[in-house]
Write a protein that binds this ligand. Sequence first.
Ligand SMILES: Nc1ncnc2c1ncn2[C@@H]1O[C@H](COP(=O)(O)OP(=O)(O)O)[C@@H](O)[C@H]1O
Ligand SMILES: [Mg+2]
Length: 246
Amino acid sequence: MSAEPLLRVRGLTAGYGEIQAVREVELELRAGEIVTVLGGNGAGKTTLLGAVAGLVSVFDGEILLGEDPVGKLRPHARARRGIALVQENKRVFRGLSVRDNLVVATPRVAKAEFAAREQDVYELFPVLAEKRRDPAGSLSGGQQQMLAIGQALMAKPTVLMLDEPSAGLAPRLVAEVMDRVATIASRGLAVLLVEQAVHQALRVASRVYVLRLGRCTEQADFRGADQQRLLDHIYLGSAADGVRTR
Ligand SMILES: Nc1ncnc2c1ncn2[C@@H]1O[C@H](COP(=O)(O)OP(=O)(O)O)[C@@H](O)[C@H]1O
Ligand SMILES: [Mg+2]
């Protein structure tokens, strides 16, 4: 894991029209690390990811990718710089084959490069390789989620943001998707994970940010910490010895 953050969000205020759905959020993300963003419904998690991807208006603050400010760039320009977002309940093209879903998600690249990226996705999700010729609509919900993540990876991002990738999945599949997310990070990507399956998210993440009403109320580094104590601290505000928060 490199020491310098790859993605830095500073004093970010963003939202819709008059609504400031996230306020003065500070966040850092390093290559190879999974950071999870927790918070109740309407806390601003989706807005935060959308603002980083360029889909939601930024009212104030900075978004830095490495040393470069990207907060004013259009979404496709941020994507080209390496920022990818798999949106909540992202739909794949059901009528297209699995492989063609990967084709349409890939920016213009040489044939050999496409093949290499496609192979990487199939290695990560072998079930997609088996079903590469089948229509995506025939895949299970979990497999479609894997395909959606695969589509994002075809752009070869450096920052991968996932908005509730386990939504609607059976518990066993949630664990499997989280394991794959861990593998993705171990290849050097920086992963920002919004997840309702808190225990599963904490199993793979190294740090957590908690949003309440658009504000970041807790930031905790819990490598090696007791998860239940951390959760109690976050949700009940009780003392959590051994957990560094600020
Ligand atoms: N398109 C929109 N227009 C107006 N307000 C929105 C829009 N999307 C979300 N909001 C509001 O922004 C706040 C944060 O929403 P959101 O980021 O979706 O929360 P979360 O993902 O944590 O559930 C909520 O109050 C929500 O009602
Ligand atoms: Mg959301």
